[in-house]
Design a protein around this ligand. Structure first.
Ligand code: AMP
Length: 196
């Protein structure tokens, strides 16, 4: 399936769906590969239980926990205070990150808590009021386009062009936890639909 645009009522903006997304599935399994060695316990998403003897992992959808929702609400409370975020430290190289792509406007680095074998965050180097997508104004059109194009470059570099997903969590209803606009680029496994 080609690009699809949709905004869920919860406030999550799922911008792109990969080629092989399927309809409702509450449980599934997939073959483990070296890239499936990732931990899953953050918002929205999937939990993998390793079954090494079979070289397979069972996959089931889980809801965001109360803690994640509370943390997201707490983060939202200071979203527009102008305070810097952890991403400023990454941009300024004050804390380490694994950079996948960088240009004059955009930085892409691996998520510290990956939800898929490939999970990269794409952010504007200058926040410029874009604490979240919901704050976008017409003047942000250029950087929003740059972010989308960078997501494609990341997918290409990571070898997931045939099936990847781009997600923007917007606001506490979507468990946004960092108030510096970021695109999640996810891939390297079969994506399911609808998402959690
Ligand atoms: P969201 O919940 O949509 O606001 O996404 C924020 C993302 O930032 C989460 O997926 C976190 O795992 C990720 N994250 C937080 N701190 C770091 C960090 N220091 N390096 C990389 N990713 C991070």
């Amino acid at each position: 399936m080609a690009a699809a645009a949709a905004a869920s009522s919860s406030g999550s903006f799922f911008i792109l769906r990969g080629a092989y997304a399927t309809a409702t599935a509450t449980a599934a399994s997939l073959k483990a590969s070296p890239r499936t060695a990732f931990s899953l316990f953050s918002p929205h998403r999937l939990r993998l239980s390793p079954t090494p003897s079979l070289s397979r992992r069972s996959v089931s959808y889980v809801r965001a926990t109360g803690n994640e929702e509370d943390a997201a609400k707490a983060a939202a409370a200071t979203a527009d205070s102008g305070a810097s975020t952890i991403f400023d430290k990454i941009i300024n190289k004050e804390i380490p990150s694994t950079i996948v792509y960088e240009d004059d406007k955009v930085l892409a680095f691996r998520d510290v808590n990956p939800q898929a074998p490939v999970h990269v965050l794409v952010i504007p180097k200058l926040r410029d009021g874009l604490t979240q997508l919901g704050k976008a104004e017409e003047r942000h059109g250029n950087i929003l386009g740059r972010l989308m194009y960078a997501a494609k470059i990341v997918a290409e570099k990571e070898g997931i062009l045939d099936g990847f997903r781009v997600v923007i969590n917007n606001g506490p209803g979507a468990c946004q936890s960092v108030y510096h606009l970021h695109l999640h680029v996810l891939g390297g496994r079969q994506m399911k639909w609808p998402p959690g």
